[in-house]
Design a protein around this ligand. Sequence first.
Ligand code: FRU
Length: 321
Amino acid sequence: CSEDRIYRIGVSQCSSDDWRTKMNDEIKREIMFHEDAVVEIRSADDDSKKQIADIKYFADSGFDIIIVSPNEAATLTPIIKEVYERGLPVIIFDRNIIGDTYTARLGVDDVGIGRSAAHYALQMLGNHPKAIEIFGLKGSTPAEDRHTGFTKEFIKGGGEILESAAADWNKEDAVPLVDSLLRIHDDVDLIYAHNDRMAIGASEVARKLGRDIKIIGIDAAPDIGIKAVADGVLDATFLYPTEGHRLIRTALAILKGEPYKREVCFPVSSAVDHTNADILLLQNETLRDETEKMHILKMRIDDYWTKHSSQTSLFYATIVI
Ligand code: FRU
């Protein structure tokens, strides 16, 4: 390929929320360090049909690689398989597809997160706790895996799951659902939600109804989950790594024929709870400050180059005249 080749990377997010904003920020930060690459991020806003259209757009507009977090595994698998088999490299991250028609996958051990959440709940609640599980979107792999890991471990440890119902990753769906479930069950010790947004909704309902229930979520995005733990809204959350910079590095390694790992599974963190939420928020604040400084530096460098190149062309123009 020619020396001034610019790689075009398409990122298809299934959704827009704080967790994904954090990941998108990491992607945009990483791309600043690669002058030979540009990125376009599209969000399907939880609509699998829109996500299929986004993937087609990237494939038909000459993008060199597509990075996808598929909303639902079964619905998104055919289009991903199609573009991959046409020869376009595809990286899958976070949510998975069915099968392995992709170039690389970066995921998280969601079964392990579910297991850790169960373990934490059993330690916190002691003998025979009773739980309600608020499921993410059925058919999206993290929800299925977080359910599997939690259920096995919780039941093995003597816990009982009274109900398991889906709120599709949304607080708006979790609130009425939890409200109706808590009116049916008066003996709930724990609400385990597959993400923090739903867990926060559950916590609000439990408080409104005057119920003393422990609440666990997943994601630990600083402004949502960790803050909710620090404020006492949630009892614990588990870190769901975003690692946006690694997606860009993997994409460029694939495009440049450099070595990369085809399957990456990020390990599970220990719980974020009242013992560490404040320090994690502080660290995040520091990271945010440093990032802000990097943006300022980048703007100064760009500014310098613009001025420098216009002065250089003026100089050459003067000589020619
Ligand atoms: C964000 C999200 C997270 C969840 C993840 C699972 O869009 O809903 O809350 O952990 O997706 O894929």
